[in-house]
Design a protein around this ligand. Structure first.
Ligand SMILES: [Zn+2]
Length: 401
């Protein structure tokens, strides 16, 4: 037993020797050491007190702009210039842990309301998702301490979002909720745009960002009828086109008044265009969005089934009124073929410019509970989150945490 204790003591001596401690010294030495330790502790106290006074300097306003498929611009304000000698723009690949310096910039010490920006050129035009942050070297190390900047996601993807119809279109007047599909679609679109950018680094362009829409000299009603394909063609060079809608049914479907339908009719229906049918990523996105919408609506008590019938290119359903108006049925991915290809003009327009396109029928605005949730609750957040997550999942992107 004693032998073991000696061995342990020796081991402790060996271990502490390298750390400069004195566990095995004489009493006299120990006394000195205590004094030294106390001194050291006091110094440490002073040092930590000083350290506490150091002001953290951190870049928290980093933003990204997609300039092109191969150029991402990272920007931040010059407000920290007086406290910083140098900025380092760092980048890491999504799902990896190594940060690499893209470029370093010297601060001129002045805060003049300018935007500092650097352009990162990507190795190629295939899909990329990165995370960026801007770190700083503090100007006066005795006063300031540089901290790692806030991380933002960035991709070279761009989505065209079409808020269906225009202001006031498909207004429900049989109750006093003042629901209009054209208005709700716009609020869904702006939520979706923000979520895609902030959470995944996906950029968007919108066919309209106000109640009114103008493309190629045409307006509102024209772009909702004879020239509707221009909305889809607006997505040229985008990675995806999504037209956001809420659904309706035939007059008095199932024997209930048209706008007093039961929640059992409610389900998401995702239409794919012919370009999307040929694109596994777009089909995956359609299925991912539909599945999430089905869950979201069920969880809010707005439908009777939480499942969604997913489909591959071979078993995408040809849409019918009967399926649309069916009750207690799962939502699914649909196609609708007309005499000139895609039946719906918006989807045909996207196909015309070789962009995979979806019409997202989020749910039925002919159900009073849905209108109630849209007008008075957070339905636009819940549904746009499902859209954003579905798009990101389909592309295989990570969420910023
Ligand atoms: Zn619509």
């Amino acid at each position: 037993m004693k032998h073991i204790r000696k061995c342990i003591l020796l081991l402790i001596c060996l271990l502490t020797a390298s750390a400069g401690l004195s566990a095995c010294s004489s009493k006299e030495e120990q006394k000195q050491d205590v004094t030294q330790t106390e001194k050291q502790m006091n110094t440490d106290k002073n040092f930590s007190a000083a350290a506490k006074k150091l002001q953290p300097v951190k870049v928290t306003d980093t933003a990204f702009t997609r300039l092109s498929r191969t150029e991402l611009q990272i920007s931040w304000s010059d407000s920290l210039n007086p406290y910083v000698t140098e900025y380092a723009v760092l980048r890491k690949e999504a799902a990896q842990s190594d940060w690499n310096t893209v470029i370093t910039l010297h601060s001129d010490g002045e805060s003049l309301g300018r935007t500092l920006a650097v352009t990162d050129t990507l190795p190629d035009d295939s899909m990329h998702q990165y995370f960026y942050r801007v770190d700083v070297t503090a100007a006066s190390p005795d006063k300031y301490t540089g901290e790692a900047g806030e991380e933002i996601p960035a991709t070279n993807l761009i989505i065209c979002i079409d808020p269906g119809h225009f202001e006031g279109k498909n207004a429900i007047t049989s109750d006093n909720l003042a629901y209009a599909e054209g208005d709700f679609n716009l609020s869904l679109a702006s939520e979706l745009e923000q979520t895609l950018k902030n959470n995944y680094g996906i950029s968007s362009k919108l066919t309209r960002s106000t109640g009114s829409i103008t493309i190629g000299g045409y307006k509102d009603q024209q772009l909702d009828s004879s020239h509707i394909s221009l909305r889809g063609e607006f997505s040229e060079n985008c990675d995806l086109f999504v037209s956001l809608h809420t659904n309706a049914n035939l007059e008095n479907a199932g024997g209930s008044p048209t706008e007093q339908q039961p929640i059992s009719i409610n389900k998401p229906i995702i239409f794919v265009n012919s370009a999307a049918l040929d694109d596994p990523t777009a089909l995956r996105i359609a299925n991912e969005i539909g599945s999430r919408l089905a869950e979201a609506s069920f969880d809010k008590g707005l439908s009777t089934t939480r499942t969604f019938r997913t489909a591959g290119a071979e078993d995408v359903l040809e849409w019918t009124d009967a399926y649309n108006d069916s009750r207690n049925k799962e939502g699914t991915v649909c196609k609708r073929t007309g005499t000139n290809g895609d039946y719906y003009g918006v989807l045909r327009g996207a196909s015309n410019v070789q962009v995979p396109g979806l019409i997202i029928e989020h749910g039925f605005h002919t159900v009073p509970e849905v209108r109630q949730a849209a007008v008075n609750e957070d339905l636009k957040n819940v549904w746009s989150k499902a859209d954003a997550e579905g798009i990101a999942a389909g592309f295989g992107l990570l969420e910023n945490e």
